[in-house]
Design a protein around this ligand. Structure first.
Ligand code: MG
Length: 342
């Protein structure tokens, strides 16, 4: 297998502010694998919250690529053994996993969702994320997104209630709230969630810091809304704690190291009776199209990373009326833009 790594900065359409801070761009890494005349593509979106930078991600990708066998066809033992050798660099692993599945699907001549026996019509509608901003700007963003039946609102800033009131003045779209670990004590978190329930919010993601398992179990017993773990989840084994403290889990390819382990996590979450959201980081259409292959298995889709950026370097699935439509094309169904073709 031949491997090449490209780095590319994705520029956000709007400054993206969550409880932890703001960003205008994200430097992602793209992996091109070639074997037998077939090319597979993968993407990594390194995230500092999980101990990743573009440099650590590139170093991990280089290590992973150096350990590749001649052919990626026996993907299951290959990806599991490489993941076991990682030092927490799961976005790098996700890029390799995606490239292997893109290659595999192309070599078999079928989309990955077909190989896995999934129905693309079952992909849930995606939410569109609106990050923390002034009530006026939030209201303007909502008015720009009438096609989306679900909006995901980032909270944990100075003006949470004003933001929600501003949205409700102009919209009755379904709202999901993500506090990104912002609320520091459980009584405050419960008060916020009860207020949000009166504003017809559907669910709340990661209300408290990820390590506050006992407080979250207390909150789960009292919350009028379903609580979804995001930062508290990386590995499938985390789900054994999550079932006591949350109603569901947000699974992302970048957190668990790609499609193979994300599929393990979806199946284990189901066995444990948890609701499942499939989410994303700041990603191009490549990684979002990869997640879309798995999305028929989940309850909630939050796969809008490519909609938040300018100059998407890949083409993949289409989004119509807030719904993702994976292409009926082999592998992940993605095509690089003109700069990376050939
Ligand atoms: Mg989240």
């Amino acid at each position: 297998m031949k491997a090449a790594i490209h780095e590319h900065t994705l520029k956000l359409r709007h400054t993206f502010t969550i409880a932890r801070g703001s960003r205008d761009r994200n430097r992602n890494l793209f992996l091109r694998l070639e074997h037998g005349g077939i090319v597979g593509w993968g993407e990594a979106s390194p995230n500092q919250r999980y101990g990743e930078t573009p440099a650590t991600c590139r170093a991990a990708l280089e290590r992973l690529c150096a350990a590749l066998p001649e052919s990626p066809r026996a993907y299951d033992p290959l990806l599991r053994s490489l993941a076991a050798s990682l030092d927490g660099q799961y976005a790098a692993m996700a890029a390799l996993d995606m490239a292997v599945f893109d290659w595999l699907g192309k070599s078999l001549g079928a989309p990955l969702y077909r190989i896995w026996g999934l129905d693309p019509a079952k992909v849930p509608p995606t939410s569109l994320t609106i990050s923390i901003d002034t009530p006026e700007r939030v209201r303007a963003r909502v008015l720009e997104a009438p096609d989306f039946e679900i909006l995901k609102i980032k909270l944990g800033g100075e003006h949470d209630h004003d933001m929600i009131r501003a949205i409700r003045e102009v919209s009755d779209q379904i709202l999901r709230v993500d506090a990104n670990e912002a609320w520091q004590n459980r009584e405050q978190a419960l008060r916020e969630i009860e207020w949000l329930a009166r504003k017809n919010v559907e669910l709340v993601e990661q209300p408290m810091p990820a390590d506050r398992w006992q407080d979250m179990a207390w909150l789960k017993a009292r919350s009028p809304l379903p609580l979804i773990a995001d930062e508290a989840f990386s590995m499938p084994a985390d789900l054994l704690h999550i079932r006591d403290a949350f109603h569901g889990v947000n699974i992302k390819l970048m957190k668990c190291g790609g499609l193979l382990r994300a599929r393990d996590a979806v199946m284990l979450a189901r066995i444990l009776g948890l609701k499942v959201m499939l989410g994303c980081m700041i990603e191009s259409s490549l990684a979002i199209a990869a997640a879309a292959q798995l999305a028929p298995m989940v309850d909630y889709a939050d796969l809008d990373g490519n909609l938040l950026i300018e100059g998407d370097p890949f083409q993949g699935h289409s989004v119509r009326a807030g719904r993702l439509h994976p292409r009926e094309a082999p592998g992940l169904g993605v095509r690089p833009g003109p700069a990376w073709q050939g």
